[in-house]
Design a protein around this ligand. Structure first.
Ligand SMILES: Cc1cc2nc3c(=O)[nH]c(=O)nc-3n(C[C@H](O)[C@H](O)[C@H](O)COP(=O)(O)O)c2cc1C
Length: 350
């Protein structure tokens, strides 16, 4: 037992990291929560009313602890709306890819992402055991409301400066996300490219300077990783890629196979799929965006224009265009069943 596990009445100091963009899965959350870890569901892409239903659906299948994950900042560098003529310019940039995959460009829209404020209100109203946040610090009002409703808050830092901002705001738990991690680099103080710190450096830097319990994320795929981060001052481990590779996650069979393949030995950071920096197995689409003038667009516009590319790539089982998120420890993955992974991760605690 430590302060982190006590806050959420967990049996084990393990968080199954959230996956945004439709890759989370209720059954995965249930298995982890029932086991005594913290399950997480990435909900940044869902409208507020769907999040309300989601929380009830998860509560209906488990009495264990889980977190709903939201992205505090919902757009970058522009006002989240665009004129029709600009829209057409953006369509033109993607046209070679749409033609190659034989798909139509997405319809014009004025707004490209869900509103964080509405999502947060719906999530607080639904009352999950925890809400985890990335890309910023939620308002004091929101944090106070969570405290009143006994919802634990989890913030995510990629630098010490971000961890101090989260602690200053009164967040309950801080995830320190190292450069090795799969998925997005969720920096919010400086550009993600200027906040690339490896876990070995980041975890003790943060653990030394904050009183809030710190959870390590990035590069942990087995019980050695869990042991190592606890040694560095973390009170728990958040694991993403190794859970994503399990058959119960929400990703595709193609993605899982790629995670177990030698291609996952080489990952790259790119803004190609969403407009925000994330770690992937490199493929043709990433190489195309990286060399094309005018691309990538800012988040969430890039995400809007790549949605149909990802869908078509998944239905065609085409890894050259699918978004193959992966962390640097993918080569360490061993398990396809979530319970096998969980049992191996907690081997030292039994
Ligand atoms: C496909 C994918 C999607 C992710 N989406 C989110 C997200 O929406 N919110 C979040 O807080 N973390 C997200 N993450 C990060 C994970 O929750 C976790 O912190 C990270 O994967 C840990 O590093 P690892 O992959 O090396 O285990 C994502 C990771 C992956 C692989």
């Amino acid at each position: 037992m430590n302060r982190f596990t006590s806050l959420l009445s967990l049996k084990y100091p393990i968080i199954q990291g959230p996956f945004g963009g439709g890759l989370s899965n209720i059954n995965l959350v249930k298995i982890v929560a029932d086991f005594g870890g913290l399950g997480s569901f990435g909900a940044h892409h869902l409208p507020a009313e769907k999040i309300a239903t989601l929380v009830q659906d998860i509560k209906a299948v488990t009495k264990g602890a889980f977190a709903i994950n939201l992205w505090v900042s919902d757009h970058d560098h522009f006002t989240n709306s665009v004129t029709r003529s600009h829209y057409q310019e953006y369509v033109d940039l993607f046209t070679p890819t749409y033609q190659r995959l034989d798909i139509s460009p997405p319809e014009y829209t004025e707004s490209f992402s869900e509103s964080f404020e509405q999502q947060l209100q719906a999530t607080i109203d639904a009352g999950p055991p925890a809400i985890s946040f990335v890309y910023g610090v939620p308002s004091k009002t929101a944090i106070d409301l969570c405290k009143q409703k006994k919802i634990r808050t989890i913030g995510t830092a990629t630098t010490l400066q971000e961890a101090l901002a989260l602690e200053g705001a009164g967040i309950d738990i801080i995830v320190a996300s190292g450069f090795e991690a799969g998925g997005h680099r969720v920096s919010f103080k400086k550009e993600a490219e200027d906040s690339l710190i490896g876990g070995l450096s980041l975890i003790p830097q943060i653990a030394d300077k904050v009183n809030t319990p710190v959870i390590a994320a990035g590069g942990i795929a087995d019980s050695r990783g869990v042991r190592a981060v606890m040694q560095l001052g973390a009170q728990g481990a958040q694991i993403g890629t190794a859970f994503l590779a399990c058959q119960e996650s929400g990703t595709t069979e193609m993605h899982r196979e790629m995670l177990f393949s030698s291609l996952a030995h080489h990952t790259v950071l790119s803004r190609a799929y969403t407009g925000r920096l994330a770690r992937f197995i490199e493929n043709d689409f990433i190489r195309y965006v990286e060399k094309t003038k005018g691309l990538p667009l800012a988040f969430p516009m890039q995400n809007h224009f790549t949605a149909s590319i990802k869908d078509k790539a998944n239905s065609d089982k085409n890894p050259d265009f699918a978004s193959l998120y992966a962390g640097q420890s993918a080569p360490l993955i061993q398990y396809s069943k979530t319970t096998d992974l969980l049992n191996s991760l907690v081997a030292d605690f039994n």
